[in-house]
Design a protein around this ligand. Structure first.
Ligand code: FES
Length: 434
């Protein structure tokens, strides 16, 4: 099961750490958020090291649909309520800055970068009106569209012009050249200024955790602030050009974009550990609407969802001044990772970043989703099952579409034989043969 990106290319390989070292900044986690942060620190002249427990970009980054956009579902009417006009404008501006930075970098990189319009569609007229009013208030360049070239039900869509799409692995391959990266280097223990791996200890002044789901449980309460969501994708060959990037505002809807002559369709999603439509639903949809096209690739992605739709970027917690984090990108990790890299590289070099405040991981957690997460965790802990998650002990559920054991509490996943596939669990199942 390769995504369309990894079927075509793979990131460069890096060696394993083989001694004790000292650095100013340690970055743990080699997805796009960690690599972009490393790239920026590298060009700012900061002494840094990035470690990745396996190969770089072999999880969420290689399974993304690689859309670069400021339009993250119907988020702006919610941000107006939670952050006010100035806060919602800041969120827009932070993402615009990320878009601009991608455009600058991609000028010199062969990574299929293409400016595209982004559309978020909805069947709900009331929601469309509310979001349209919100984007007008904050001055976003958006239009209401009533006709779309995709075979779904909708009342309309809100279009953001001049967003972009690319091939994330070709991009990473280019920007990671020359960076101080160690692969196959698993951090087993952390103290305030050291990280112990199997092949050496890294002494650092500051550390950044970009491991998708933050792995340190002692600080920051990320096991309350995040849950994980799975999405499924298929790529159809010799497909029509749909002309833009499309996503339903409803989490259960479909997404569309082209890549060359392929059409990428996403959907069938669900909270990790719960039931969903998965590839079966997508294949039924493709048979009904694109009966003459054949499927070439299929894959799935896992996203960390925050409580309020805003990523957590900044100090890991109030009590950890030298520890930083970037996580909770919801389903917009490509754009969010660039925002994170810009904020973190400024924070680490003592520069003021005007957007840092709205992404602070220490903001209030009193949101309705907190109670849903609390309920799921309690239910997971109380469910009787022999298969228990090594993270915090919840009962695992069998995912028949992917042949994996999935945890509904915080989203860890394990293969049929017990190998850990997705964190926050950081080790395999210790049960008998499954
Ligand atoms: Fe936390 Fe399973 S992922 S208990």
């Amino acid at each position: 099961m390769n995504s369309i990106w990894t079927a075509e290319t793979e990131p460069d390989k890096f060696s394993r750490l083989d001694r004790d070292i000292k650095t100013d900044v340690l970055i743990i986690g080699g997805g796009i958020a960690g690599i972009l942060t490393a790239y920026r620190l590298h060009h700012m002249g900061v002494k840094y090291v990035l470690v990745e427990k396996e190969r770089i970009c072999n999880a969420t980054t290689c399974n993304t649909t690689a859309k670069i956009t400021c339009q993250h579902g119907f988020v702006y009417h919610k941000l107006l309520k939670s952050l006010g006009v100035e806060g919602a404008k800041m969120y827009l501006q932070a993402n615009k800055a990320a878009l601009k930075e991608y455009s600058r970098l991609c000028k010199n990189i062969e990574c299929n970068y293409e400016p595209k319009d982004n559309y978020v569609y909805s069947c709900d007229e009331r929601k469309l009106e509310k979001e349209l009013a919100a984007v007008e208030v904050i001055g976003a360049d958006a239009q209401l569209c009533r006709r779309l070239p995709i075979p779904v039900n909708y009342a309309g869509a809100i279009k953001f012009s001049n967003q972009a799409q690319f091939n994330p692995i070709k991009f990473i391959k280019a920007i990671s050249k020359g960076l101080n990266i160690y692969e196959n280097t698993f951090v087993r223990e952390m103290t305030e200024n050291s990280a112990v791996t199997d092949s050496g200890t890294i002494y650092f002044d500051k550390a950044i955790v970009t491991t998708h789901f933050p792995f340190i449980n002692k600080h920051g309460s990320y096991f309350l602030k995040l849950y994980q969501h799975r999405s499924y994708f298929i790529a159809l060959e010799n497909a029509p050009d749909v002309g833009g990037m499309y996503v339903d505002e409803n989490k259960k809807g479909y997404s569309f974009r082209n890549y060359g002559s392929f059409l990428l369709i996403g959907g069938g999603g669900h909270r990790t550990g719960k039931q969903g439509g998965n590839w079966q639903e997508l294949r039924r949809f493709a048979r009904a609407h694109y009966p003459n096209l054949s499927e070439k690739y299929f894959w799935a992605a896992q996203d960390c969802m925050s409580l309020d739709g805003i990523p957590y970027i900044g100090n890991y917690s109030k009590n950890t001044p030298n520890l930083y984090v970037a996580t909770g990108f919801n389903k917009w990790g490509i754009t969010g990772s660039m925002t994170a890299a810009m904020i973190l590289s400024d924070m680490l070099t003592g520069k003021h970043n005007e957007y840092a405040g709205i992404f602070s991981p220490s903001r209030s957690i009193i949101k309705p989703q907190l109670f849903v997460n609390g309920f799921e965790s309690t239910a997971g802990l109380l469910t009787i099952s022999k298969k228990r998650c090594p993270h915090l002990g919840c009962a695992l559920k069998w995912n028949s579409a992917e042949h994996s054991w999935d945890c509904p509490c915080h989203g860890s996943r394990f293969s049929e034989t017990g190998k850990v596939l997705d964190n926050p669990a950081n080790g395999d199942l210790k049960t008998r043969k499954l």
